[in-house]
Design a binder for this molecule. Structure first.
Ligand SMILES: NC(=O)c1ccc[n+]([C@@H]2O[C@H](COP(=O)([O-])OP(=O)(O)OC[C@H]3O[C@@H](n4cnc5c(N)ncnc54)[C@H](O)[C@@H]3O)[C@@H](O)[C@H]2O)c1
Length: 348
């Protein structure tokens, strides 16, 4: 999997240290440089991960870097557009999710990358988590048959207060969290016909925007795709749960993913599946999966950009051209929630 194309990182914050660089170490990717507006953070990160070059600024990085490289941007969303403007024409770039803070910003990012002929991808990486890759392998081999049900169900306690910027954000749960599940459902089933949603605040976090969401991605009469999240289950660990369930005509998968349980400690994942056999009782089996969402899924999103840079694929599967539709679903979910359901007075 190792690649020689040099990677240059912009932003040396939490996610780069916790997931990008550990993933790239596992994969053997070639990280050559890093910068951050906080030079000490860039230096500490470079030392920790053996990155040869620390640049004092993005401008310095742009002056000194030559040849075909990949820029890996992981800064707060508000900085994405100004940074993209500084990158050269035709750059290969991986941007942290979300793709801007609204669909309007996502369109600006898309237009900018198109105008500058960039090969840009978004780090919606759940679709590359090892347990998702295992499920996709069963799907590709037609072992699950036609998919007719996808459900993501999360009931955990998330200490949102550790992310300062969320306190000021008028969108929290869907934009920063359920967007991973929306992207996953799209990756499995394609674009929905429409999106219904209700996203709700919580009395214990009144200063925050909505933190619990029910999202129905509408694929017509025969396919159900639901995302249910409650991040406010502050009643201890025993009833915390988070699973992804995929059902098809010939089999099903249930992935219990542990990343959010007892946050930030996490818990073990499990991957269970059943393949229906005529005349036999369904028998659930467990598959051992190496690696987890954090950090291993981050290999996949960078791998796509590397393969595009190496000319092995036309464009990354997580390209901005694809991610824009995940952003459209996110926007549709908020609009649906604002609009509300059918009023009883319209029925009575
Ligand atoms: N894909 C995921 O699962 C995931 C998880 C967590 C965070 N994120 C996203 O990653 C991004 C960063 O999150 P984080 O938790 O690492 O935040 P953070 O605050 O820990 O780190 C951001 C870093 O960017 C630096 N920075 C800010 N503006 C900059 C600029 N113009 N040039 C260079 N450096 C700059 C800051 O100094 C800081 O070190 C956010 O967009 C967040 O939404 C994604």
């Amino acid at each position: 999997m190792a690649s020689n194309i040099p990677i240059y990182i912009i932003g040396a914050g939490g996610i780069v240290n916790a997931a990008h660089l550990p993933a790239y170490q596992i994969a053997g990717f070639n990280v050559q440089g890093i910068t951050d507006i906080d030079m000490a953070k860039a230096e500490n990160t470079a030392e920790k991960f053996g990155i040869p070059k620390v640049f004092s600024s993005v401008e310095e990085m742009m002056k000194q870097v030559t040849g075909k490289v990949i820029y890996d941007i992981a800064v707060p969303g508000s900085q994405t557009i100004p940074l993209l403007q500084q990158l050269p024409e035709g750059s290969f770039v991986l941007l942290q999710k979300p793709m801007g803070e609204s669909y309007a910003e996502a369109k600006q990012i898309l237009n900018l990358t198109r105008t500058k002929n960039m090969h840009a991808a978004i780090n919606f990486q759940l679709r590359y988590a090892p347990y998702i890759l295992a499920a996709k392998e069963l799907i590709a081999k037609n072992q699950l048959g036609e998919l007719n049900d996808v459900e993501v169900n999360v009931n955990v306690y998330t200490p949102w207060n550790i992310w300062d910027f969320l306190m000021k954000s008028n969108r929290v749960e869907i934009l920063y969290h359920s967007i991973h599940y929306i992207d996953l459902v799209r990756n499995l089933l394609g674009n929905p016909q429409s999106v219904y949603a209700k996203t709700t605040k919580h009395p214990s976090m009144p200063q925050l925007a909505s933190v619990r969401s029910n999202i129905i991605m509408n694929y017509g009469d025969m396919i159900r795709a639901n995302i249910l999240t409650n991040h406010c289950h502050n009643y201890g660990i025993p009833k915390q749960q988070s699973y992804i369930k995929i059902e098809g005509s010939k089999g099903a998968v249930v992935i219990n993913f542990g990343a959010l349980i007892n946050y930030p400690r996490g818990a073990a994942d499990s991957f269970e599946y059943v393949l229906l056999e005529e005349g036999k009782e369904p028998e659930w089996k467990t598959m051992a999966i190496e690696g987890s969402w954090f950090p291993h899924a981050f290999i996949g999103s960078m791998q796509q950009v590397i393969m595009a840079a190496e000319g092995k694929i036309e464009q990354p599967d997580n390209s901005v051209e694809d991610a824009i539709d995940t952003m459209a679903c996110m926007e549709a979910a908020y609009l649906s929630s604002e609009k509300g359901g059918i009023k009883l007075s319209d029925v009575l």
